[in-house]
Design a protein around this ligand. Sequence first.
Ligand code: ATP
Ligand code: MG
Ligand code: FE
Length: 342
Amino acid sequence: MIVLGVESSCDETGLALYDTQRGLLAHALHSQIAMHREYGGVVPELASRDHVRRTLPLLNEVMQKAAIQKHDIDAIAYTQGPGLAGALLVGASFACGLGMALNKPVLGVHHLEGHLLSPLLASQPPEFPFIALLVSGGHTQLMRVDGIGAYQLLGETLDDAAGEAFDKSAKLLGLPYPGGPEISRLAEFGNPGVFTFPRPMLHSKDLNFSFSGLKTAVLTVVKNQTANICEQSKADIARGFVDALVDVLVAKCVTAMKESGLKRLVIAGGVGANRQLRAALNAAAAKRRFQVYYPELEFCTDNGAMIAFAGAMRLKKNPAAATRDYGFNVRPRWPLHELSAA
Ligand code: ATP
Ligand code: MG
Ligand code: FE
């Protein structure tokens, strides 16, 4: 079965073809980062319009790469939510229009299920069950994953997501959008301990997170610097910030591993690309004797492959999950716990 995946929830247009027999056949992505950068963040209306421009050329690109015909597609999976309403509507209408034209069934996929399953696209995928840390631009959640569609929320952020904390703190340091990779790079040149930031909820007896205070602490430090904050101070602040955030993420993962007794930890979402986080998690895993799995770097942030894959996994379990009813709706807000079992 070949599934076409369409992702358009935010500022990446991603298309991909996943074959349940042969694996990922092709994927193509257009990131709008350069376009939004001059505004310091994603401008929703610009995002929607750009998705309109990109979807068809990207479809042609994946068809060519995979060397198949459109009629070889068995089903079309698209991101139904959560995300920006206008951006989601572009992908949904594209997928449903194409489905109608080709007489192929369509399936709405939960964006976070896509992220969550993206590590399974790796060459050495983890087996179920596992603990998953989903760290993206809009979410920070710890979950127990027993199978496709069997997700139990263990803890989540009470305010900002980890990616959001990265982006907002980077902005305070004058770094361009998206700040996550930028602040991470800068932190490599920073000295540890010059600035010590709070580790929010490190000792709370649950698996929840809170990152808005961390951003405020960065703001306070930046404000206290002279007007022309020197590059080394910026790097030291970046280092202090990354160390604090990584400490909390790793500590909560370790607690989740201990409490669950599971031996596999899976990281998903854009912040999962972070070098410092990966190093700290690998060290913790070696010490505590559990295994950590990551998505391929290119599948950490938004992409079509994870949507094609999540759609294919659902269809494998239940072929009736896709429909030829091409009326669609999108779900800009869609808590993962409201997602139906597979
Ligand atoms: P969501 O999936 O929750 O709706 P999103 O789709 O915007 O949000 P992703 O695409 O998974 O999130 O990830 C984007 C986020 O990942 C941004 O906040 C970005 O700064 C962060 N990010 C990407 N690479 C890195 C990195 N190397 N270090 C830290 N953060 C990073
Ligand atoms: Mg993005
Ligand atoms: Fe995402």
